[in-house]
Design a protein around this ligand. Structure first.
Ligand code: SF4
Ligand code: SF4
Length: 148
């Protein structure tokens, strides 16, 4: 019998589902029918409590973060970033995405990577929407430090 490799491995687009939202009961019986295994898998929904837009507002109020909403997620910034090339966990496109979304769980996981930015400015040279992602990284870092 093959070993299970990953929690929730049968979920389509598994990488978009947080581990803690996946419930896999060892044994589940409903109405006398054994629903154990993949049939009993449950994915908890996200709720309004999972989102906080205060960081987004702080970034927009920062002189170098004011254009964050222009971002259309093309990824040019990440592709041009020498730090992201060395460490894919630092991803300016994704940081902008989760700040705009206000998704607390992802901000907890990845927010502090913003301090990896070396302020070289290459991302801002290639951004087609004049977001100034380099400045947005600075604004996010400031907002994270100031957030109560
Ligand atoms: S300024 Fe920061 S995010 Fe932009 S390319 Fe340089 S290291 Fe990467
Ligand atoms: S290059 Fe500009 S528009 Fe494209 S993802 Fe980065 S910040 Fe957004």
């Amino acid at each position: 019998m093959s070993q299970r490799k990953k929690k929730g491995e049968f979920i389509v687009e598994r990488n978009y589902v947080d581990d803690q939202r996946i419930i896999e009961p060892e044994k589940l019986e409903i109405g006398g029918v054994d629903m154990s295994g993949r049939w009993g898998l449950l994915v908890l929904p996200r709720t309004i409590e999972d989102f906080d837009h205060s960081l987004h507002a702080m970034v927009k109020n920062h002189p170098r973060g004011r254009n964050i909403d222009r971002c259309w997620q093309c990824g040019n910034c990440t592709a041009a970033c020498p730090v992201a090339e060395e460490n894919p966990l630092f991803n300016p496109r994704y940081l902008i995405y989760i700040i705009k979304l206000g998704y607390k769980l992802e901000i907890e996981k990845f927010g502090n990577y913003v301090y990896f930015c070396g302020s070289c400015g290459r991302c801002s040279e290639v951004c087609p929407k004049d977001v100034d992602p380099s400045g947005v990284m600075e604004a996010i870092g400031t907002a994270l430090r100031r957030k109560p």
